[in-house]
Ligand binder design. Sequence first.
Ligand SMILES: Cc1cc2nc3c(=O)[nH]c(=O)nc-3n(C[C@H](O)[C@H](O)[C@H](O)COP(=O)(O)OP(=O)(O)OC[C@H]3O[C@@H](n4cnc5c(N)ncnc54)[C@H](O)[C@@H]3O)c2cc1C
Length: 288
Amino acid sequence: MGVEDLQIIMAESLKSALKEISENKDATIIANGTDMMPRIRDEGLKVEKILDISALDKELSYINVDSNLIRIGAMTTVSEIGSSNVFNGSLNAFYEVVSKFGGPQIRNRATIGGNICSATSSEDFIPLLMALDASVVLQSVNGKRTLKLNNFVIGKRSVNRRNDEIMVEVQFSKPGDDYLSGFEKIGRRNILIINLINMAIVMSLKQRRVNDVRIALNRVSGKVPGRARLTEGFLNGKEIDGNIISSAREKLAEELKLSSDFRASADYRIHLAQAILEKLLNRFREGV
Ligand SMILES: Cc1cc2nc3c(=O)[nH]c(=O)nc-3n(C[C@H](O)[C@H](O)[C@H](O)COP(=O)(O)OP(=O)(O)OC[C@H]3O[C@@H](n4cnc5c(N)ncnc54)[C@H](O)[C@@H]3O)c2cc1C
């Protein structure tokens, strides 16, 4: 099948997109295409029907704060997140994700909805949003449903989306002002990194004591992102010092069930994850 046989449906509004996807459940959704286009063009991914939702930026590009709930529209780009002041203070890790994300052209196009729905271990917003216990909002012609992100992203390129649904929003509660957040990733080069491992941590420190720590990585078991619950449990309530950080590193190695691939061995990835954990905890210890 050549490109000339490709059926492209252009949605002009959310309402028309929902109608189209309900009538064309076999269509592949494309937002701004930074993940999909290289897969079709370079990797030979076969698609016969595309629902192009890029025009939905008029309705789904927003960052709203409703009392304590932060709501980010699915078509919001990485650049728009980087230029918003909503993420100052306890949500500073958003700016860290943005500053390490692709190059300027990609940041101007890549959407947060596309990042989540791509659902690979290369997607940098997923761990941060998991550390924030975020939920996604999915909409179909029959209405909306809200799902915790960890129940939505269930495997590599596997999400819990019904084929008549469009992801319209991601939302989470803003952590209090006593919370700190951080994000780090390590790849094989410094720019345009496909990460080997990434990690986000959100936590509060009360009199140097760890409180409500949430640690999420792009890989916890195999290639599936998730929370490092054992390490979180170990750290919670402890006064943070060099010995505790060193024991937390060991806990993390205990709970990560990774596999080796052509980019890195499992042991090397675990070593990198331990290094990031130590770096972020030391940073928080110094109050930054
Ligand atoms: C050179 C380069 C560098 C990159 N660097 C990074 C990086 O540093 N960090 C990083 O995390 N990613 C990176 N990416 C990956 C990519 O840019 C992101 O995943 C991006 O956020 C995807 O958004 P998009 O709008 O382009 O999605 P698209 O490519 O349009 O779609 C991606 C997937 O999500 C689905 N989808 C999109 N929107 C919706 C929706 N609203 N509802 C349901 N399904 C939807 C599509 O069906 C598709 O499966 C890079 C890509 C390139 C090409």
